[in-house]
Ligand binder design. Structure first.
Ligand code: HEM
Ligand code: HEM
Length: 512
């Protein structure tokens, strides 16, 4: 076809079957045949870790479906009403319409409680799935050129997901989520100079105001899911455009993709997997109670519940605030609440570091090449150790976010727990970095041993002259290929700097 020429409309003659005519009709108008021919044969590599992205996708779909059902019954209003419904212990209590409608969804709407539970469990699995999916891309280096932009799309999805969850669990306006709102207000107030103004702006007046639930509602059901849906589509378009990365193995190169075609193999698997994810979430939601707002009671600004934690994915932000000493200074007549301000600056920085990592790594290593074969984490000890240190920091802060629960469960003083977390925040990531790097180097050495001597058989043989030897079985060519199919540092020329030489051979390829 020359430039400007139009594609021919469906052109089968009158003898064509009705199925062919329907296909022609669509092809002539939507170009489905051409698109299908091009993309339905797209190759998907077979590896379990690719399912993590699918878990994110399916739980997002489940969130949208259940979310739409909840919108039919939820009233995003802070008007005060007196409850008079099926949950007798709260009858006659004054509460916001939002809280009353959540009670109605839980006790009076058919299937309401199950859908609420599915929505909440799906949110937890969605964010856990995103973190696992992100870690798998981090540790295998799939974010390298040309996928840096897709990494950023994914990272933005994670960032939005965290806030989408916060806005979602704030909607019922119960005592627990209201305590979280108080935390948000405190964080906003700590912003120097404009904090008070921002708080009045956000809450539509003095905290808690009458508007915050309706505002969060618009963000939760419209703005953020809209942006997320667009980003998911863009993310998947880029996956198709770049084609998948793959783990090294026989027949796999930087220039091909080995796997099964989208149609029919992958589509059948993916369809089945969707129902599996839906089924498991529905099962968990049917048997494990989550966010029983009726037992917390309605939010009142003069009350606070003990043992209040955010959902786990925001626990590390809570931890930062809880373990920070309550420092306050005055600068030019303005009070700076450093005890809150520093954590709310560090919290996004911890995430921004992850978002910027692909660019930082290629800047430090000077590696601008395209990569389509994945790394085995042990072959990149520095990156793997950075990832492990980041996870350890996240977990320590998560424990800090639940310092009261840790203290009561382990019968410790809360000050002991807080001090332990303060020390661990600095010490544990460093120790984790060092230990992980040593483990990676050890694993590399084991690989080298396997490649050069084969696997131990456990058989000891005595030679005629009396010597004992351990027998090794050589690896298969496929195993050898997998273990050696990574970039290997080139030995330095004789006479090169001895310190530099050790550095290169220990750290693997540059920037390893
Ligand atoms: C995409 C990610 C989403 C996440 C992470 C998320 C998360 C949450 C969470 C944790 C809750 C609290 C549930 C509870 O009461 O225990 C919630 C409530 C709610 N969500 Fe979502 N949600 C998402 C998307 C949506 C969408 C797309 C809609 C609507 C189209 C929606 C509508 C609602 C409504 C109406 C409520 C309040 C009802 C209630 O709490 O019972 N959500 N959301
Ligand atoms: C709504 C959330 C997300 C969905 C639905 C999603 C879905 C997917 C799917 C289905 C794939 C292809 C299969 C695979 O490689 O696993 C993929 C690839 C990818 N995702 Fe995500 N993802 C999400 C979030 C993220 C996050 C949070 C990151 C990282 C910060 C990320 C980074 C990537 C990268 C770099 C690829 C390309 C890897 C390759 O080609 O091998 N994604 N995503």
């Amino acid at each position: 076809m020359t430039a400007g020429e139009r594609p021919a409309a469906g052109s089968r003659g009158p003898g064509a079957s009705s199925g062919q005519r329907v296909a022609d009709w669509f092809d002539g108008r939507l170009g489905t045949h051409t698109l299908g021919r091009k993309y339905l044969r797209k190759v998907f590599p077979d590896h379990w870790s690719f399912l993590l992205g699918e878990i994110c996708l399916y739980s997002f779909v489940i969130l949208v479906l259940t979310g739409v059902y909840l919108t039919l019954f939820f009233h995003p209003s802070m008007n005060e009403v007196t409850y008079n419904g099926s949950y007798v212990p709260l009858n006659g209590i004054r509460m916001s319409e939002a809280y009353a409608s959540t009670l109605d969804i839980s006790f009076d709407v058919r299937g309401g409680l199950l859908i609420r539970q599915i929505h909440h469990w799906a949110a937890l699995i969605f964010i856990a799935g995103m973190l696992m999916h992100m870690m798998r891309h981090f540790f295998t280096g799939s974010f390298r050129r040309p996928r840096e932009v897709n990494w950023l799309f994914g990272w933005t999805l994670l960032f939005l997901g965290l806030f989408e969850g916060l806005f979602g669990y704030s909607l019922p306006d119960d005592l627990l989520s209201g305590t979280g709102m108080r935390f948000v207000d405190g964080a906003v107030l700590s912003v120097p100079i404009v904090g008070t103004y921002l708080s009045f702006f956000l809450f539509g007046g003095e905290y808690p105001g009458d508007d915050i639930i309706a505002r969060f509602y618009s963000l939760h059901i419209l703005v953020i899911p809209g942006i997320m849906a667009a980003l998911v589509v863009a993310h998947l378009i880029l996956v198709v455009y770049h084609k998948h990365t793959q783990f090294p193995g026989p027949g796999k190169t930087e220039r091909n993709v080995v796997g099964s075609p989208f149609m029919p193999v992958y589509l059948a698997k993916a369809g089945g997997f969707f129902f599996l994810v839906f089924g498991v979430i529905a099962l968990i939601s049917a048997v494990a109670s989550i966010n029983p707002v009726w037992s917390y009671g309605p939010y009142r600004a003069d009350q606070v519940s003990t043992g209040a934690q955010p959902d786990w994915y925001l626990g590390f932000a809570e931890g930062l605030v809880r373990v920070m000493p309550g420092w306050e200074i005055t600068v030019a007549g303005h009070t700076l609440v450093l005890g809150v301000l520093i954590p709310i600056v560090v919290f996004p920085l911890l995430l921004v570091f992850i978002g910027a990592y692909p660019f930082l790594e290629s800047w430090v290593t000077g590696d601008e090449r395209e990569h389509h074969l994945l790394d085995r984490p042990r072959n990149r000890p520095v990156r793997t150790s950075i990832g492990a240190a980041w996870i350890s920091l996240y977990l320590i802060l998560l424990a800090g976010g639940g310092n009261d629960i840790v203290a009561t469960r382990l019968h410790l003083s809360i000050n002991t727990v807080t001090w332990a977390v303060r020390i661990a925040v600095f010490a544990v990531p460093v120790l984790t970095f060092v230990a992980t790097r040593r483990i990676c180097l050890g694993l590399q050495r084991r690989d080298r041993e396997l490649v050069s001597h084969g696997r131990e058989t456990g058989v000891i043989k005595r030679l005629p002259h009396g010597e004992y030897v351990a027998l090794h079985r050589p690896l298969s060519p496929a195993e050898l290929h997998t273990l050696t199919g990574h970039e290997q540092p080139r030995p330095l020329a004789p006479g090169a700097d001895r310190a530099g030489e050790r550095e290169v051979s220990e750290a693997g390829p540059p920037g390893g």
